[in-house]
Design a protein around this ligand. Structure first.
Ligand SMILES: [Zn+2]
Length: 278
């Protein structure tokens, strides 16, 4: 992949219809490069639909990823809820693979008051089972736990980096807005650069060449993330973020999750391509 591709989390608002294929067509018309299919309320696409999505994306040269349902908790108390979480991730990966999407992003779960080290071991165990299953099915989709925005959610930088180091077949989804909201920091060029430097040190250059990034404006308080905002209505210093990504020659996909979707995706792309010192 050349450099960074920019796109939206879900179908752009200006698409002709809310269907995934209309979304891909609109992404191409806008001159964006990628789209994340949102299965956040359940996987409701069938195999024929997925084949059509794959065909459309190939024809228009658009890269795809998928976001798994929100109802996943690999640290759930009840075994049946863990099982259902594994199933939801598997189901997303299977349909994503038929869509020829490269990655599946998911929210790992909640601490529920448990010590983080214990949660880490639990998550690692159940996630390993899921990855093994995908491996048996010869599913090539990259599975990516996301950095999450609330202190109640499993998914700090350190936790996700460690999982990616320990489990084969696992990659990173770094949501810079979430991390900023969670910490109240990490909103300047040196801080963004320090994250990229950590990625290189812990996961290797290959991880910087295969980034999956979420960005949006965000509001936050003592309990972390409150809601996503448009970039210009937020405090997120996205120009400095893009500068850091350029400095580290990060490659991969940037998914914009601002409420205005394509407007901010285009702003990010234009800023990255035209308004940064090369
Ligand atoms: Zn997410």
């Amino acid at each position: 992949m050349a450099e960074l591709l920019f796109g939206t989390g879900g179908v752009p608002h200006s698409a002709k219809s809310p269907s995934t294929t209309s979304g891909i067509e609109r992404i191409a018309e806008l001159g964006l490069g990628c789209m994340e299919i949102e299965f956040v309320r359940g996987v409701k696409m069938n195999e024929a639909g997925a084949a059509l999505v794959a065909e459309t994306a190939t024809r228009r040269g658009i890269k795809l990823s998928a976001h798994a349902p929100y109802y996943i908790n690999f640290n759930a108390r009840e075994p049946e809820k863990v099982k259902a979480s594994q199933e939801r991730l598997l189901q997303t990966a299977r349909i994503a693979s038929l869509c020829e999407a490269e990655s599946v992003v998911f929210h790992t779960g909640y601490y529920l008051g448990d010590p983080p080290e214990k949660v880490y071991d639990t998550v690692k165990k159940y996630l390993a089972e899921t990855l093994n299953q995908l491996n048996r099915e010869n599913n090539q989709v990259r599975v990516r736990p996301e950095i999450l925005g609330k202190p109640s959610e499993f998914g700090t930088l350190d936790e996700v980096f460690s999982l990616c180091t320990e489990l084969e077949g696992l990659s990173l989804c770094i949501d810079f807005a979430h991390w900023h909201a969670r910490t109240g920091k990490f909103n300047s060029h040196p801080e963004f650069a320090s994250i990229l430097s950590q990625i290189e040190q812990r996961l290797g250059r290959a991880a910087l060449d295969d980034m999956h990034i979420h960005v949006s404006g965000i509001s936050y308080g003592a309990k972390g993330e409150i809601k996503h905002l448009n970039l210009k209505e937020s405090d997120l210093r996205y120009v400095e973020l893009l500068q850091a990504l350029r400095d580290y020659q990060a490659k991969g996909i940037v998914i914009c999750e601002s409420p205005n979707l394509e407007e901010d995706a285009l702003l990010l792309q234009a800023t990255y391509n035209n308004n940064l010192p090369k």
